[in-house]
Design a protein around this ligand. Structure first.
Ligand code: ADP
Length: 301
């Protein structure tokens, strides 16, 4: 009887494992399809990364299995070294614009050109080098500050001092200086009892430092400062713009005060690019941007 019982419980366990393997392999499928995306593209076109001009030409985009377009007929040229702010109500297509630019999705219609070359033809390795994004759902690991920022690729010039400089530009130097072990301090107590637990704002600054450390030609900030106060955000943007003088910065922010530092503001509304210009020009236009700006001004007063 013991033998039969033991046999049946093992068979049960085996059944459970088979179900488990099948469930996990569904996740692996997604992972493999991500890895396979680059297949057949490895020999793509190489462009000059020292100067990047971005152009959206009649770009339309609809997410898979959706009826509505998330972007409609977007036309815009972003010259090298621009500071571009993207604003608009929730769901207007701001993040989608960024996802298309980075090649996560292909436009349903139209094309995106980098230095005149269609994004889909550019070598995948180059696309990875091109952008340094900070998304809203960035991830800080339980390892040290140094590892979180440099991922083992410490700056060739300047070594540790270069990391401190980057932390300063991202507004995180003071916080790291006060940590036990400083650059070697673990960013959680999960694997190191002496680790520290950072606040949301501090984590965002470290995520920005990580992006700055990459030194990519195009820095992308998708509401990176939601967890810091408006004054700190202003300071941070100014620091970042100084730090990456020779790069393009594209940022999404809900705080209209930061858009003042940009060369051009793109205003999206219901999937369309409804306004484009400098902060002053758009205030004069007296349309959606001006309305959003005045609403916030009232709120701060
Ligand atoms: P924003 O960044 O301006 O808040 P998004 O670009 O995130 O707006 O979204 C634009 C539109 O696309 C919204 O209507 C949103 O619901 C839809 N959308 C966003 N992501 C997806 C997705 N993965 N699948 C389907 N629809 C999506």
């Amino acid at each position: 009887t013991g033998g039969v019982l033991s046999f049946s419980s093992h068979i049960n366990a085996l059944g459970g494992s088979i179900v488990d393997i099948r469930t996990q392999s569904r996740y692996m499928e997604t992972y493999h399809s991500l890895l396979d995306q680059g297949e057949g593209r490895k020999e793509g076109v190489h462009i000059d990364l020292s100067r990047i001009e971005i152009e959206f030409r009649h770009v339309w985009f609809r997410y898979p299995n959706q009826n509505e377009y998330a972007l409609q007929d977007i036309n815009v040229t972003i010259p090298d070294c621009s500071r571009i702010a993207i604003v608009g109500p929730n769901g207007s297509g701001k993040t989608t614009f960024i996802k298309l630019l980075m090649g996560f999705y292909r436009p349903t219609r139209g094309e995106i050109l980098l230095n005149g070359v269609n994004l889909e033809e550019i070598a995948l390795g180059q696309l990875e080098e091109l952008f340094a994004p900070v998304f809203q759902d960035f991830y800080i690991t339980a390892y040290s500050v140094r590892e979180n920022i440099a991922f083992g690729h410490e700056p060739e010039e300047g070594g540790e001092e270069a990391i401190w400089r980057i932390l300063e530009q991202a507004g995180a130097r003071d916080a790291v200086e006060q940590m036990p072990g400083q650059l070697d301090c673990a960013l959680s107590r999960q694997i190191d009892e002496d680790g520290v637990q950072l606040s949301g704002g501090e984590m965002q600054k470290l995520a920005i430092a990580r992006a700055l450390q990459k030194g990519a030609p195009v820095l992308i900030l998708d509401e990176p400062t939601a967890a810091v106060d408006p004054l700190a955000e202003n300071r941070l943007f100014r620091e970042i713009f100084n730090a990456v003088e020779s790069n393009t910065v594209i940022f999404i922010s809900h705080r209209m005060a930061s858009t003042r530092f940009s060369d051009k503001v793109l205003v999206l509304d219901q999937a369309k690019l409804v306004e484009m210009g400098t902060h002053q020009e758009l205030l004069k236009n007296n349309k959606l941007y001006a309305e959003m700006f005045h609403q916030q001004a009232d709120y701060y007063i």
